[in-house]
Design a protein around this ligand. Sequence first.
Ligand SMILES: [Zn+2]
Ligand SMILES: [Zn+2]
Length: 286
Amino acid sequence: MNRIDLHTHSTASDGSFRPAEVVRLAKEAGLKALALTDHDTTDGLAEALAAGEKLGVEVIPGVEISTRHAGDTMHILGYFLDFHSGKLEERLSVLKQARKDRNPKIIAKLNALGIPITMEQVEAISGGGQVGRPHIARALLEGGYVRDLQQAFDIYLKNDGKAYVQKFRFPLQDALGMIRDAQGVPVLAHPFTLNLGSAGALRERFLDLQAHGLAGVEVFYSDHTPEQEALYLKLAKELGLLITGGSDFHGANKPEVTLGNIRSRDRLTYDLVVGLKAWRKQEYGQ
Ligand SMILES: [Zn+2]
Ligand SMILES: [Zn+2]
């Protein structure tokens, strides 16, 4: 009982299981610790922590914040957040509002293209959680406007898609600042999405992020190839960055990914959590 998963989503963002259900699944999967890292919100954390207490699973309060930096978008994970302090919730609510405003804009574009789906339909599909593009994609599929979810993104919803609407993102600095103000540990999520193939370019980027206050890198991840993983691991060690890992579990919204179960699942062990705790103690003195 030493296995963990440090990257999961619930209905508080775009996962299909409620926070307490994610924790119950972690228990069933035999995980010792689980971080709930919903997109841009801490709304699911209280429920997850309560469930963890009841079931004997260590729940790490986390978040995954979308940011922009140097012309790129990147996701920053925050761990062990003191989520009621540091104005974190208040600052994240800016993102929530921006996301709320964005969906009607996307739907208006679809309507203008002759596709009569409604916000009510999309909300019903989301089941009461954060509404986003995956739910709009589902509505397009259910209405018979696309063949599958991939086509919904390809034609309409991806960057430069026919109904794409730019998303608001915090500058990297702000996201790192919010996580640090809440005494959390900031970690770069799934570095393969940076699309930096060469070791040199990646090293530069990691150094840059570290100078901005980044503490670690998500080395072990569902979509990382063995080569990517080896490179990230080497660079993290060389630069003194923490190493983390997780599945990016989304339940039925990403059915190929199950909790704690990535190719390198043997590396998802509790010593990664010990590393996060030690860093936090050293940085914040608690
Ligand atoms: Zn992400
Ligand atoms: Zn994620």
